[in-house]
Design a protein around this ligand. Structure first.
Ligand SMILES: O=C[C@H](O)COP(=O)(O)O
Length: 249
């Protein structure tokens, strides 16, 4: 099955009105991308970026969402609010949220449920720490993180989820997983999903994330089970990000 590649930039808590304006204008000059190109600014800039990208091919993502629908949840942002801003994807389960904000598998699963109920697509980040890799727990960790979401939304709804495999040891370290390492885990994830649903396993896009750069991305994108990338640092530079998009074909 042919799966469209996604190249998503996660800007994390970076940028200002001025720098984001310039970044988006740089990205809008990109022509003929065959991949779906996604940008995810912080909440305060979503509205501005949504207007800037207008009818272009750029796609909007958010970095977080509340697991609650509405009400007395000070500081939270609901899936419906994001949907009204033109957001399509929402990152959940990013390792920074798991480790710095103590988000559990169950909590992340409830966010997936809230997103799907609002018609948004969860981009579920999973991945092992270095310690877990060294203990040969890579697949067990990834599968546990995926299963927690399936337990709440069901395997059929998982059709509408995108996975981002991001080994924690590769995030922001400059040490990307090799293309073979990424492929090995992506293949294992797909095989795991196939045990419950062959069609879901064939449809789900699995992105790789962790120190993706233009220079290493072509090899990653050649791998049969790598359907794109979730890019952090390199997505803050329009030229570098566009080069990654070009490498995706
Ligand atoms: O969401 C993106 C990842 O955390 C990767 O970040 P990075 O490309 O800066 O390593």
């Amino acid at each position: 099955m042919t799966r469209q590649k996604i190249v998503a930039g996660n800007w994390k808590m970076n940028g200002s009105k001025e720098s984001i304006l310039s970044l988006v204008n740089g990205l809008l000059e990109m022509k003929n991308a065959n991949s779906e190109v996604v940008v995810s600014p912080s909440f305060p800039y979503l509205s501005m970026v949504s207007e800037l990208i207008g009818e272009s091919d750029l796609v909007l993502a958010a970095q977080n969402v509340s697991d609650k629908e509405q009400g007395a949840h000070t500081g939270e942002v609901s899936a419906l609010m994001l949907s009204e801003l033109g957001v399509k994807y929402v990152l959940i389960g990013h390792s920074e949220r798991r480790s710095l904000y103590a988000e559990t598998d169950a909590f992340i699963a409830s966010k997936a449920k809230a997103l799907l109920a609002a018609g948004l697509t969860p981009m579920l980040c999973i991945g092992e720490t270095l310690q877990e890799r060294e203990a040969e727990q890579t697949f067990a960790v990834c599968i546990r993180q995926i299963q927690a979401v399936i337990d709440v939304i069901g395997i059929d709804a998982f059709n509408n989820v995108v996975i981002a495999y991001e080994p924690v040891w590769a995030i922001g370290t400059g040490l990307s997983a090799s293309a073979d390492q990424a492929q090995e885990v992506h293949q294992e994830i797909r095989a795991f999903l196939a045990q419950s649903s062959l069609s879901v396993s064939q449809k789900v896009q699995i992105l790789y994330g962790g120190s993706v750069k233009a220079s290493t991305s072509a090899a990653l994108f050649e791998m049969p089970d790598v359907d794109g990338a979730l890019v952090g640092g390199a997505s803050l530079d329009a030229k570098e990000f566009i080069a990654i998009v070009k490498a995706a074909g």
